[in-house]
Design a protein around this ligand. Sequence first.
Ligand code: NAD
Length: 499
Amino acid sequence: MSAALSIDSVKSQAKGLNFRNRAFIAGSYTDAANGRTFECISPIDGRVLTEIARCDVEDVNRAVAAARAAFEDGRWRDLAPVQRKRTLQKFADLIESHTTELALLETLDMGKPIGDSTRIDVPATVNCIRWYGEAIDKIYDEVAPTAGNVIAMLRREPMGVIAAIVPWNFPMIMAAWKIGPALATGNSLILKPAEQSSLTAIRLAELAAEAGIPESVFQVVPGLGQEAGQALARHMDVDGIAFTGSGEVGKLLLKYSGESNMKRVALECGGKTPHIVMADAADLDAAANAAAWGIFFNQGEVCNAGSRLLVEESIKDEFLEKVKAVAQSMRFGNPLDPATQVGAIVDEDQFQKVLSYIGLGAQEGAELILGGQQAMTESGGFYIEPTIFDRVNNRMRIAQEEIFGPVLATLTFKDGEEAVKIGNDTIYGLAAAVWTNDINRAHKMAKGLRAGSVWVNCFDGGDITTPFGGYKQSGFGRDKSLHAFDKYTELKTIWIELH
Ligand code: NAD
């Protein structure tokens, strides 16, 4: 999507879209067995885009039976890895050639700027699937260093039927982080998109079939978490759940697993990332730019958003002025406008939740220094201005709880040790960042921060080659990189004695 395009031309492209709105089970689109649907509402203007199949236990049972049959007959897992690789690469190519359509669907459905959907979400999805396809025919199993009369082979085998349950903030990317490694390793995968953002997932199923992924190896069951999601997580014949979403639902999945078949559960949950700026940082302008984008990118609906800005006391006022200036320069507006950088909040529930946290921050005694208001009310959509609080202390709820919106809480500290202590003082441990020009301090703080990713003199660095996931209640298991294969495979020892 070129920034030179006008909003009117993007809107007219959007008018031509055909919304796939049904489940994709056993090779074809199908209504939910109970005939029910739910509304797919665009947060851009509150308009109903389409009605989506509301799958429940019966549909999940059908999808799981089909996925199991596909796994058992080996139509996918028994292919040579190089063949799975070729198919996944074709799938990635097809996604890439549908960039405009998929980006529009993502933006209409969840309100992120069309420039981001086009330049970040679709390319990252393509890259992820291509990378796992590319990796799978280059990985070897192991032979253990046993005594000479034994050959002990350690083999990675696909787990079987995997359910991927994903959130709405990066619908395609979060799905791709599961689809890539799960399919590359030969599993059958059932994707349950978030009810707020089902459109791209449903379309991907068709592209996967077109790419040659065999019937029932990749299926999509849209529906509500309590219904389709719970049915998958309690199913006796699902072998693993790969989840991204809230800690609250993550804990339910552990319970469902324990109450059913002890299926493997991997959880990528929330965060409250401390973004730490030391007074000796070499480039405070760069740090301020990163601090502002670290919270306002994707409307703050990012699991690793730098939602707690920890600034060394001596530079706080100067630094916060810089962050505020960056936030004020962001182009906030209609997500279909190619010039927009900050768009709409995903739905009315999330919008109300964010507004209530803004009210709470003021009640708790924090000082609102930017934003805090609903915006663009005439649109019928859900917009909240980039919001900054100063004078937050770490005991306040706005410092402890994940808001998942464009709200930054600013705290101060006296030295690196105190910064690490405050940084670690939440239930989460997804990510952290430190800006400093002192290499010893950088290493010490990176070591002290209990988080799955620590960025030094940057924010949100990483690519498909680096693992991503959390410590503490941010979850366990890792997406991305070769380490993600652990979530989709069992490790078998074959011990052979030579006589
Ligand atoms: P959510 O937990 O409400 O929903 C996530 C998914 O779980 C959805 O598909 C939903 O339908 C399903 N679900 C809900 N209830 C269920 C149930 N009882 N049984 C089975 N499935 C159920 O999360 P959300 O609001 O969609 O997403 C926001 C959350 O996701 C935030 O906490 C955010 O931090 C987290 N997130 C984490 C990462 C990460 O990589 N760590 C990435 C993105 C988002």
